[in-house]
Design a binder for this molecule. Structure first.
Ligand code: ASP
Length: 295
């Protein structure tokens, strides 16, 4: 049976540990060959996610086909569920999708004999990024249990936060958020957040790991911040704040330099940004293999 990965909320701790095991095996040179065709439908722009999924497919021996915005019949009004049925009828083994809308509910579509892998749907989920962030933290910290992690920035629109928070919670981390109140969801109870910081200095002081997020301006329906300059001064990773970090920092990318992070510290010793990118390839190999090996 093929598996799907639409939301991290569908993963058990055992699934995540299986994926971690595969991730480590692929990272240390495991070779596996799968057969079949994978369709990469990316209706939103992407560098890291799209290329690492494509490369992961090819390293596993899977053929890739790609369509971007304006290149599928979704633009002619075809529904996403009919698109999935069409891809199945054409013989695709998996669909990796990045879409600007929230894909929920999806229960009925799981019956289709095509594996559905979410590469980011609206403000909802980005499961492979959540796994990258968890696995990278597992590599750089002795334990996730009790680790204090703060997400800084646009929490409201972040699918990276929604995926990562669930996974970090599953392994016992303590979570905080920090950002303009306009960009923090009113109800944080589904995410296990125990601290809300208005002041980034206090957030840095409290945390072992800080994850900066991009302002998702493409999703802004109103003006949430006075200006990018004031946002950087209030919440960005400046050189002073970098010096005060107790542990590492992450950012899922793309980074808006001088808005999220000072360009001079972006790749400093406390940065895991490029480690996250590197791990992205092996996480996606692990997910594809886990989803397709028995199907
Ligand atoms: N690349 C991440 C995403 O697709 C983060 C971002 O775009 O800011 O959600």
């Amino acid at each position: 049976m093929k598996k799907h990965l639409i939301s991290v909320r569908d993963l058990t701790e055992e699934d995540v540990l299986d994926l971690y095991d595969l991730f480590k095996q692929f990272k240390t040179g495991k070779k596996e060959r799968l057969e079949g065709d994978v369709f990469l439908l990316f209706l939103e722009s992407s560098t890291r996610t799209r290329l690492s999924f494509e490369r992961a497919c090819r390293l596993l021996g899977l053929q890739t086909y790609h369509a971007g915005a304006g290149e599928s019949s979704i633009e002619k009004g075809e529904s996403f569920s009919d698109t999935i049925k069409t891809l199945k009828a054409l013989g695709f083994k998996a669909l990796v999708f990045r879409v600007p809308f929230v894909f929920f509910p999806y229960e009925d579509l799981l019956k289709e004999e095509i594996s559905l892998i979410n590469a980011g749907d609206g403000t909802h989920q980005h499961p492979t990024q959540g796994l990258i962030d968890l696995f990278t933290a597992m590599e750089y910290y002795p334990s996730i249990e009790g680790l204090k992690i703060v997400y800084v920035g646009d929490i409201l629109h972040s699918r990276v936060f929604r995926s990562g928070a669930y996974l970090f919670n599953l392994f016992g981390a303590q979570l905080g958020v920090c950002g303009p109140r306009t960009l923090i969801p009113k109800d944080l109870s589904p995410f296990g957040v125990i601290k809300v910081f208005d002041n980034v200095e206090e957030a840095i002081e409290w945390s072992d790991l800080v994850i900066w997020l991009r302002l998702q301006e493409e999703r802004f329906k109103e003006s949430y911040i006075p200006s990018k300059e004031s946002y950087f001064l209030q919440f960005g990773l400046t050189k002073d704040r970098y010096a005060k970090l107790k542990g590492y920092f992450m950012h899922p990318g793309p980074v808006n330099v001088w808005v999220d992070i000072d360009g001079e510290v972006l790749y400093g010793d406390k940065s895991l940004v490029l480690k996250q990118v590197e791990n992205g390839l092996y996480v996606r190999m692990a997910v594809l293999y886990w989803a397709l090996k028995d199907g």
